[in-house]
Design a protein around this ligand. Structure first.
Ligand code: FES
Length: 874
């Protein structure tokens, strides 16, 4: 039987005859054979994210159905007519793109082309759908960034434009701080024209694939790549033996082998044993099945408790305890003994998958100058380069890493994923290689949010004023360190929340297991701690006889108070204003819960932090900002352009924001570390302000054209933060903190009705982006509270299907009201603080409190699947 089949169909009005691999999906046909890249591959062949949605009709017939193109064989579409975003009329493309940009309806943009096709299909059937109807129509789609609020706004706008001829409002191109400059290159993203890495191709390019261990813990007795190498079309099969440099990599500890070698033990099902390069992806994946591996299967260690037993197998040579973070001050025993009320409870949070929509992908290609070009979606191109070069055994200057703005990350793209193996395949074959993971592989490989078990003992006086906090936290680190020691350090630092606590005794341990690795994820330990401390506060409030608002009002910090770690806040504390902003809504609702949150901006804890950029004037008088920080949908590039324009405006000059580009690569010495900890707006922003002032000074004497070829360097340095345990008369542990209070309101059936999110974000740089970050975080926080969980059995994910993750869809979302408080942080440009993570810190405890107000059940574990709010989502 032939391995291929011939399929005749009409695509975007053009008759096509395509020869595809037997069993190939429609998505494969469209992307590989028709070169149509707007349908994105988020989960093929699951058909559960909606990114590949197209409209299919019978030949010559109108109407049609919106279908996910990855889940159905192309052969089923023979004789049909298929419409992709490329085939919409110019008027439709323009209306959808401009509506999405005007409404702020896209962040990373990966989900958007599929959503546009869904919206087109909906508007074909219904000229003026209601918000509820739009939300329902989006049920087959996942957006992990936006919380859907602004996507629905955009579809309403597009409907009015397309059906009523209503002109779209002019975009805010003033690019002033506090305005809403539209997302950088927003139209291109909306139309699927931004090329993510999997959309890139090169002449003579090979496709790569990785062999993963099926066992979380097993000894690799033998590993024979020869049968795979014999398969026609296979060019290389690499294993640990082929690594010329350092096989173990990692951001803090080098404990993560990019290949597990013969004779070694695997540590999780994300472990890679071999990498294949072949003429196409199907051949590469067929070759993986031919690699002969013999395992001695061993019993995995799947809980921190078992991992800490003296007789537990050692997952790493140094033992299973990665780190212990401690905060101690005051006499906690005495304070608890003299407290009017003391509560003790154990809280547990769950393993969470990032579920960014774009799976990991990398393209590496040898350059004519002998160096290796790597296209990465990572959260730090310089950390990528350092590790890739070390793995290849070459000097760093032999590797150039260029960021391709990614389709979401949320912390899950900090560690190397596939960059090392892809670079090695390209180096050893001498040809370009692209390697993209499936959704299943993505979930196995990248680090997750830590499950943390926390026992809190908290006391207060008769009026509810906190007297002491004791907390014992144990985080399941999974197989590799990643940044887990820092996550638990952050949990310890944030263990007291935004409250004044005279005596503190906190210990947080990160423990290796054979579960998937855990690392950075939005919130970075602060949301786990918030679930514990906020729950304890609610229990104490009940004992004292006051409501949740009053309990918090009596305890929240102000300037001059000590943070949990003991140092004193000297500025930038807006938590009281956030509480005041929600008081009436909280007290006016029948079933409501309230919680506060605090989240550091920056890595801090004594580490000096730098921001660098260059600002180049191009020959055509356009401008290019270069920085080391990553755009992953959060809007960094947009706010950098806004700050540049603001400074030039203040200097008496003006520049069209559409004539500014932002590039991220390793071509200049701009290493500022990872885009993490909500730090990029502050660090890159300060650097851009610095460079922009230099340009503004020159513009007083010269035109931009006269300055063509000039490059201005910008930088900032923040060196005064303190480590955990530093003396209390030193500065606080981080250069800025965001604060929030959220109220969750339930309806009379216990279902989510509304979330009010009041946030101290420092100075708002871009209002629309700030709202989008908070709405998206609330969406993630509601999932965290109620339904999200990556379930494991014996260290193996029970399911890697998108539908099994418990992500909220558009019609599950309650109304979200965002209130911003602007208490400036001196460290930030114009007083800005980070806003990327704080949005979900208080959400889960606020949901727990709302549920308690509804049914009187105090819940101590996430997700709260037994609740009426969760049952309504399933
Ligand atoms: Fe929807 Fe990123 S904008 S997933």
């Amino acid at each position: 039987m032939s391995h291929t089949e011939i399929i005749g169909l009409t695509v975007n009005g053009e008759a096509r005859v395509c020869e595809v691999a037997r069993g190939a999906s429609l998505l494969e046909l469209l992307r590989e054979h028709c070169g149509l890249l707007s349908p994105k591959n988020g989960c093929s062949p699951q058909g559960q994210c909606g990114c590949c949605t197209v409209i299919v009709a019978d030949e010559g017939g109108g109407g049609g159905k919106a279908l996910v193109s990855c889940a159905i064989p192309a052969a089923k579409f023979a004789g049909k007519s298929v419409l992709t975003l490329e085939g919409l009329s110019e008027a439709e493309r323009d209306a959808f793109a401009r509506s999405l940009v005007a409404a702020g309806g896209l962040q990373c943009g990966f989900c958007i082309p599929g959503i546009v096709m869904r919206a087109r299909h909906l508007l074909d059937k219904q000229a003026r759908p209601s918000r509820a109807e739009i939300e329902k129509s989006l049920a087959p789609h996942i957006c992990r960034c936006t919380g859907y609020v602004k996507i629905v706004d955009a579809i309403e706008l597009a409907a009015r434009s397309l059906k009523d001829g209503e002109p779209l409002a002019a975009l805010d191109l003033a690019a002033r701080v506090g305005g809403s400059l539209p997302r950088y290159e927003g139209e291109r993203f909306a139309l699927g024209e931004h090329h993510f890495i999997d959309d890139l191709t090169r002449p003579d390019m090979l496709r790569g694939a990785l062999l993963f261990s099926p066992h979380p813990r097993a000894r690799v007795l033998s590993l024979d790549p020869r049968p795979a190498l014999a398969l026609p079309g296979v060019v290389a099969v690499l294993t640990a033996r082929d690594v010329p440099g350092e096989r173990f990599q990692g951001l803090i500890y080098r404990d993560w082998p990019l290949f597990v070698a013969e004779g070694e033990e695997t540590r999780c099902v994300g472990d890679v044993l071999a990498a294949v390069a072949a003429r196409d992806e199907r051949t590469a994946r067929r070759a993986l099945e031919l690699i002969a591996v013999e395992y001695e299967v061993l019993t995995p260690v799947t809980s921190p408790e078992n991992a800490l037993r003296p007789d537990a197998p050692r997952i790493h040579p140094k033992g299973n305890l990665l780190s212990t973070s401690v905060v101690r001050r005051g006499d906690v025993d005495a304070a608890l003994a003299s407290s009017a009320h003391v509560v003790e409870a154990t809280f547990a949070t769950q393993l969470i998958e990032h579920a960014f929509l774009e799976p990991e992908s990398c393209l590496a290609a040898p350059r004519e100058d002998g160096r290796l070009q790597v296209y990465s979606q990572g959260q730090g191109v310089f950390d990528d380069r350092r590790q890739i070069a070390s793995f290849l055994g070459v000097e760093e200057d032999q590797v150039e890493v260029t960021l391709v703005s990614n389709g979401g990350a949320f912390g899950g793209k900090e560690d190397l994923s596939v960059q090392g193996q892809t670079a090695l395949l390209a180096l050893l074959t001498g040809r370009p290689v692209k390697l993209t993971l499936t959704r299943d592989e993505s979930i196995r490989l990248h680090p997750k949010r830590h499950p943390v078990r926390m026992t809190y003992t908290v006391g207060c006086d008769a009026e509810g004023r906190l007297t002491a906090v004791r907390a014992r936290m144990v985080g399941d680190k999974g197989a590799y360190a990643s940044v887990g020691s820092k996550v638990l350090e952050r949990a310890a630092g944030h263990a007291c929340g935004p409250y004044r606590v005279p005596a503190v005794d906190v210990e947080a341990r990160a423990v290796y297991t054979n579960n998937p690795p855990c690392g950075a994820m939005r919130g970075f330990g602060a949301n786990q701690a918030a679930f514990g401390i906020e729950g304890a506060l609610d229990m104490l409030a009940e004992r004292v006889g006051i409501d949740g608002w009053e309990m918090r009002w009596r305890n929240v910090i102000e300037v001059g108070d000590q943070f949990g770690t003991g140092q004193v806040f000297e500025h930038g504390v807006g938590i009281k204003q956030t509480l005041l902003a929600v008081r009436d809504a909280y007290r006016g609702a029948r079933y409501a819960g309230i919680a506060c949150g605090i989240k550091n901006t920056g890595i801090g804890n004594g580490m000096p932090e730098y921001g660098y950029c260059t600002l180049a004037v191009e020959p055509d008088a356009s401008l290019v900002i270069r920085t080391g920080f990553t755009e992953m949908g959060q809007g960094l590039f947009t706010v950098l352009i806004q700050m540049l324009c603001e400074e030039l405006h203040r200097g008496g000059a003006a520049v069209d924001p559409r004539r500014v580009r932002v590039l991220v690569d390793t071509s200049r010495p701009l290493d500022c570390g990872m885009t993490t900890a909500s730090r990029a707006t502050v660090l890159a922003g300060n650097a851009v302000v610095d460079a922009a002032r230099k340009l503004a000074a020159d513009l007083r004497r010269h035109s931009l054209r006269e300055l063509a070829g000039r490059e201005y360097a910008g930088e900032c340095a923040i060196t005064y933060t303190t480590a955990l345990g530093a003396p209390t008369d030193k500065p606080v542990t981080h250069f800025a903190y965001s604060f929030a209070t959220q109220v969750v309101i339930l309806d009379d059936g216990g279902k989510l009705q509304k979330v009010i999110a009041a946030h101290d974000v420092g100075r708002v740089i871009n209002r629309q982006l700030v709202e989008g970050q908070i709405e998206g975080s609330v969406h993630m926080g509601l999932g965290y509270a109620l339904t999200e969980e990556l379930r494991l059995a014996g260290g193996v994910p029970v399911s890697t299907k998108m539908n099994a993750l418990g992500l909220l869809r558009a019609h599950h979302m309650p109304e979200v009201e965002v209130i911003t408080i602007e208490e400036p942080a001196p460290a930030g440009p114009y007083g800005a603080k980070g806003v990327g993570e704080i949005g979900l810190v208080p959400t889960a405890p606020a949901v727990a409190a709302a549920l308690y107000s509804f049914d009187g059940v105090r819940r101590f574990s996430l997700p709260m699947k037994d609740s009426p709010a969760a049952r309504a989502i399933r």
